[in-house]
Design a protein around this ligand. Structure first.
Ligand code: ADP
Ligand code: MG
Length: 735
């Protein structure tokens, strides 16, 4: 059969309806998809063998036809013994199962099977009867639809068979074995019709330029495909993985560098402010800026002068003072007149992830800008507000959305704060010069570009995040952004006391918490899950749930205080209500999951209890702890660990000592891989590439090569394959 990369899998293998469904869930549709469906590991036992080469004592995988199925009971102990023989083109071997009488019933004479197990030798007194001596006892057996042609022989002619057998992520109807066989079939098929009888693998075109592969000693696509699916040795699999990881990072970089290149060519408002003017504004803060804040402001102001759009990521721990930076540079914008001034100054849009945070910023901005009589607007799902109100110069007032939008469009309101409502089509600005985006990683590159392209003059973009991201990851996913770090907390912050609490210390810890509650402080309790799991299900994970913890704390531990809960599943209005009650001090203890309302400012909450802390990444723990660092009272972080494993405890220990979120993010990447990086999935990067992000050299290489390529050949005219690959990726991104 002739196969191309876009041949449908269903035309290669006959599929049951279940299998069809499973494959579509696994996003396996075409040959190309399955080529890039990589093994999660390689089975140690998986030595695919021909029967004639079998030796006693080794673990082997064989494929063959089964026959002579029999079940009998031993005469003495009445143990059921099933026996059979399996035969391939090179020989036959006996199989024995003890106490598994059903085996014989599951297969019938002539079935094709995959056998995996340890080869043993029977003692025999007849030396010439050597073929009869080998057998496999209690092997794993599985029906297969065909025997892969020479499994490894065909790929490596002349080599001895010592394949590592790949293990793929499975689903109920698509086994790892199925994937394996399907790939074997593809590997031995002929390539496209125009290829004149070539093997399919020889028709694969490599999108990565040859020179780059050579420079970094990476295997070609063909070699990598074979090595990742059917490696002869571990090193081959590793280098193949390295190539695919490089490829993925390289493609992301190309995409980002291209965006960056386009942005650099665009025009935006140039904002030049005198130092004294800025200093006067900064003086109105009730605190001196940290050095890190000053540096970031300096970097942004110099970006503003270029006349081309800024794209900058401001990364700073919770409480590092990102809002003050945003406010200062916003001030620079809204006190600058557009070039052909008819009416009003430049404008700023400030986007927050939730209504609560938008409200919070609205209040801070009123505080900062009222002295200058600069109006501020707020738009969220639930309505619109404007400062100042007509009747009172130091109050805000509710107004209708259309009214607010009118004033934004005619330039009368220079600062508009809001949630996603801010990017709706109906929102138009007169002279939008700066977009500030707070805490929205999901706000991807494409959306950023869309927001930008709505305007003739591209606005500057300041993206802010408290999520500690390892440097390599930031360089990759935010490859089009310049980076400013707020790596210093304001002076005078109280250092939190962080303590790992073992199960037997629970009671005494609650008493400590009670003391803080009695002083009037408030408490967060974080649980890993919302509901209790269904106890009938297998593999229930024993983790605290918000639902049962709220009852337990209220009834059994803190009956004298008010305990309530907030979860991501609640409706926005319900959430707002609970959050407001907590902010106002009417709730003493708030039980929540980890995802809720990052960045909410409740200075009086100075205690946080984290349940099942072993289940959180270090960076995530650090972020949770950040919620209690907003006042002058002493903060406490109690980390409840259920696991007694030494590894877990020592990992948690590093959390109690480290002060810096970035350090912890790097440690996470190092120790646990990426599964925990606040959900690797959200960055749209495969586990394979995530793993490669441990390697700064590789990331820098991919970045540099992408930059050079785009600089020399923006349209990738010399690299049509690469160009095709990229536009395909972009297309699927936009779906
Ligand atoms: P985040 O970086 O988490 O967004 P915020 O901007 O909300 O932090 O700032 C947290 C708190 O720190 C606010 O109450 C803010 O007024 C205060 N703050 C900001 N900068 C400084 C500073 N340089 N010195 C003291 N306090 C500051
Ligand atoms: Mg913030």
């Amino acid at each position: 059969m002739i196969i191309k990369t876009d041949t449908l899998l269903e035309s290669i293998q006959r599929l049951s309806p279940f299998q069809k469904k499973a494959l579509s869930k696994m996003r396996l549709k075409k040959v190309l998809d399955i080529l890039r469906y990589f093994p999660s590991r390689y089975g140690e036992s998986g030595l695919v063998k021909s029967i004639e080469f079998l030796m006693s004592g080794e673990n082997a995988v064989l494929f063959g036809k089964i026959s002579k199925l029999k079940t009998a009971k031993t005469w003495k102990s009445r143990v059921a013994i099933s026996t059979a023989e399996v035969e391939d083109s090179t020989g036959r071997i006996k199989l024995v199962w003890f106490n598994q009488p059903y085996i014989a019933k599951m297969f019938s004479e002539g079935n094709l099977v995959r056998i995996e197990g340890r080869v043993s030798q029977r003692r025999t007194k007849i030396p010439s009867d050597s073929e009869e001596q080998l057998y496999i006892s209690n092997p794993k057996i599985e029906k297969v639809s065909y025997i892969p042609e020479g499994t490894s022989d065909s790929l490596f002619p002349g080599e001895e068979n010592h394949n590592l057998s790949p293990v793929y992520p499975e689903s109920r109807s698509i086994s790892s074995n199925w994937i394996y066989h399907c790939l074997q079939k593809i590997f031995s098929a002929q390539g496209g019709s125009a290829s004149g009888g070539k093997n399919f693998l020889d028709t694969l075109e490599d999108p990565i330029p040859q020179e780059i592969l050579k420079k970094y000693s990476l295997p070609s696509l063909k070699t990598a495909v074979v090595w990742i699916h059917a490696p002869r040795k571990k090193e081959d699999a590793e280098i193949a993985r390295k190539r695919f990881a490089f490829e993925e990072i390289f493609f992301i970089q190309l995409d980002r560098q291209r965006e960056k290149y386009i942005a650099q060519k665009e025009k935006s408002f140039s904002i030049t402010k005198k130092n004294e003017e800025m200093r006067d504004f900064i003086k109105t803060f009730p605190f001196p800026l940290t050095l890190a804040q000053e540096k970031s402001i300096g970097a942004i102001l110099s970006d503003f002068k270029t006349g081309h759009p800024m794209s900058r990521l401001l990364e700073g721990d919770v409480g590092s003072g990102k809002t003050a930076v945003a406010a200062t540079v916003s001030f620079a914008a809204v006190t600058t007149a557009p070039p052909n001034r008819k009416f009003g100054n430049l404008q700023v849009a400030y986007m927050a992830p939730t209504e609560i945070l938008a409200e919070q910023h609205f209040e801070s901005f009123i505080e900062y800008f009222s002295k200058y009589k600069i109006p501020v607007g707020l738009i969220t799902g639930s309505g619109a507000k404007k400062f100042p109100s007509k009747t009172s110069k130091d109050r805000w007032t509710k107004i209708s959305k259309p009214q607010l939008l009118k004033w934004v469009e005619n330039g009368e309101i220079p600062i508009l704060i809001g949630t996603h409502a801010l990017i709706q089509k109906t929102v138009r600005f007169k002279n939008l010069a700066l977009i500030v985006i707070d805490e929205q990683h999901r706000f991807g590159v494409k959306q950023r570009m869309q927001l930008r392209r709505k305007h003739d003059i591209a606005p500057h973009l300041l993206s802010m995040t408290a999520t500690p991201i390892p440097r390599t990851l930031a360089l990759t996913i935010f490859g089009d952004l310049d980076l400013s770090l707020l790596d210093e907390l304001p002076a005078g912050r109280q250092v939190p006391e962080t303590k790992i609490v073992l199960p037997h210390q629970r009671e005494e810890t609650y008493e400590k918490v009670r003391v803080e509650l009695q002083k009037g402080r408030q408490v967060f309790v974080i649980c890993p899950r919302i509901n209790d799991p269904d106890p009938d299900k297998e593999n229930v994970i024993n983790a605290k749930s918000v639902k049962s913890e709220v009852l337990r704390l209220q009834k059994k531990i803190f009956p004298e205080f008010k305990v309530d809960a907030i979860t991501g599943k609640m409706k926005p209005l319900e959430k707002e209500k609970v959050m407001k009650e907590f902010k106002d001090g009417r709730i003493n203890i708030l039980v929540a999951t980890s995802v809720v309302e990052v960045g909410v400012n409740v200075p009086n909450a100075t205690v946080i209890i984290i349940e099942n802390a072993e289940r959180f990444g270090l960076a995530q723990l650090h972020q949770l702890r950040g919620r209690i660092l907003r006042s002058s009272h002493k903060p406490y972080c109690f980390v409840f660990a259920d696991s007694k494993s030494q590894k877990t405890i020592s990992r948690l220990k590093s959390f109690t000592t480290a002060k810096n979120g970035f350090e912890l993010a790097e440690a996470d990447l190092e120790q646990r891989g990426t599964g925990d990086l606040a959900g690797a999935k959200q960055w749209g990067i495969s586990d394979l590439a995530m793993d490669a992000l441990k390697n700064i050299k590789m990331v820098e290489a991919a970045r540099e090569e992408a930059r050079l390529l785009i600089e020399q050949d923006f349209d990738l005219k010399k690299y049509p394959l690469l160009s095709k690959h990229l536009s395909q990726k972009t297309a699927t991104h936009m779906e």
